[in-house]
Design a protein around this ligand. Structure first.
Ligand code: F3S
Length: 424
């Protein structure tokens, strides 16, 4: 791999042991991928904090040990300096306020807080959400990033036109300390053109339909780049957030184009560039219904847990949930958790939405989600969610049955204690 003088100096230890470890990791990683060089990044989003029981015994040896081992893949503990470039923490395992509701013990909750103080002192911005783009981390078109979290990566590449692969704990740790990431995959312009044409025969408008479409496309194209034709309604952040999260869950989609909407595809021709579609796939009423049926893993209509906010809710979604719940009470046998980034929670609090949700019996959570924390209320058997991603993962992770539907279907299930959703 070709290195600049500054990169060689970091590798040689002239900028400290931690940056030398980080460069060594990036060179090994890049060479394994066939990258010829590194690229500068000024935007890292990773997972650095200590919030799982398995990290506890490592944390007893100090947070430098945690970072060295988990974020630099180093057996030797090195002193971790300030991050070299803007870096944010993605979602964590613990809600710093609602940890008791999650069933987290006080020691682990305190460990997360201590870990966050350590990280903050080193310049890690504790956004604590899988949607950093909703709370101020919005890279510009063409910007090279080093992000983890599949739903954030697909949004970054497709909607923002910034460039990232799905990175890991180690590569984001090394990128944060060096401002470098291997130049391969989606960093290269020639790898960002479409491969599959998706022709929409039906209107796709509301959030549930965008989730269903994403879920269908993920299965259809797996890890390729779909290009959507026939999307007649202008999608919003919320819809594309759900669409991308679903496509990244059922397949491994990391980028898509919607001509006239996403920034690297003014036209269908621009979306494919020098390539032509290897396959044309149609999505109509039949595919929509089949996808809806495929995503449901539940048969029992008596629900006991409703999860809203995967990916984390925007403020508009918080308002809608509050509106649907105003003056109502959720069923005594049901628990409702609503997830939103902590920064958005402040706005939701100030706007009175959290009070309405709490008065109805729901819990507003930040910093985490059930799939990441692997924590649900005790005894849950049947869940309902408005997220295709959560419906995909949670039944497998938590051995529960899952219903997927609209926000309205989920709120009605929370109130009735029974799933009554469906599609035409
Ligand atoms: Fe975010 Fe958790 Fe969903 S990380 S995308 S809320 S599974």
């Amino acid at each position: 791999m070709r290195l600049t003088d500054h990169e060689k100096a970091m590798l040689d230890g002239q900028h400290g042991a931690a940056r030398a470890r980080a460069m060594d990791l990036l060179v090994r990683y890049g060479e394994a991928l066939g990258a010829e060089r590194l690229v500068e990044t000024n935007n890292v989003a990773g997972a650095f904090n200590a919030s799982t029981p398995s990290i506890r015994h490592i944390a007893e040896q100090g947070f430098d040990k945690v970072f060295s081992e988990l974020n630099l893949d180093s057996d030797e503990t090195v002193e971790i300096p300030r991050m070299a470039v803007p870096t944010c923490q993605l979602i964590t395992g613990i809600d710093n306020d609602n940890w008791e509701v999650q069933g987290v013990d006080a020691g682990l909750a305190e460990l997360q807080k201590q870990s966050e103080r350590y990280l903050g002192q080193r310049g890690v911005n504790l956004m604590a959400t899988c949607t950093p783009y909703q709370v101020g981390n919005v890279p510009v078109k063409g910007e090279h990033c080093a992000w983890m979290e599949s739903s954030a990566v697909i949004y970054c590449n497709s909607v923002l036109g910034a460039r990232t692969n799905v990175e890991g704990k180690e590569s984001t740790g090394a990128a944060a300390l060096t401002g470098r990431i291997p130049y391969w995959g989606y960093h290269l312009p020639e790898n960002r053109f479409g491969s599959h044409l998706i022709e929409l025969d039906i209107e796709v408008d509301d959030m549930m339909d965008w989730g269903l479409l994403g879920y269908f496309i993920g299965y259809a194209v797996e890890e390729n780049i779909p290009v959507l034709k026939g999307a007649s309604h202008q999608p919003t952040l919320i819809k594309l957030k759900h669409f991308g999260a679903a496509a990244a869950s059922s397949g491994g989609v990391e980028m898509y184009h919607i001509p006239g909407v996403t920034p690297e595809a003014d036209t269908l021709e621009a979306a494919f560039g020098p390539r032509s579609a290897v396959e044309t796939i149609r999505y109509g009423a039949k595919e929509r219904r089949e996808t809806y049926e495929k995503i449901q893993s539940a048969t029992d209509r008596k629900v006991d847990f409703i999860m809203l906010g995967c990916p984390h809710n925007s403020i508009e979604q918080m308002e809608l949930i509050a509106h649907l719940l105003e003056g109502r009470k959720i069923h005594p046998d049901v628990q409702l958790w609503v997830h939103t980034p902590r920064a958005i929670r402040q706005v939701a609090d100030r706007s009175g939405y959290c009070d309405i949700i709490s008065a109805a019996g729901g819990v507003v959570m930040s910093d985490t989600c059930p799939a990441i924390s692997r924590r649900l209320p005790p005894g849950v058997r049947v869940i309902a969610t408005d997220s295709a991603k959560q419906a995909h993962y949670l039944p497998a992770i938590a051995k529960v049955q899952g219903w997927f539907g609209s926000v309205t279907d989920c709120v009605e299930a929370a109130v009735a204690g029974e799933w009554r959703g469906g599609v035409q």
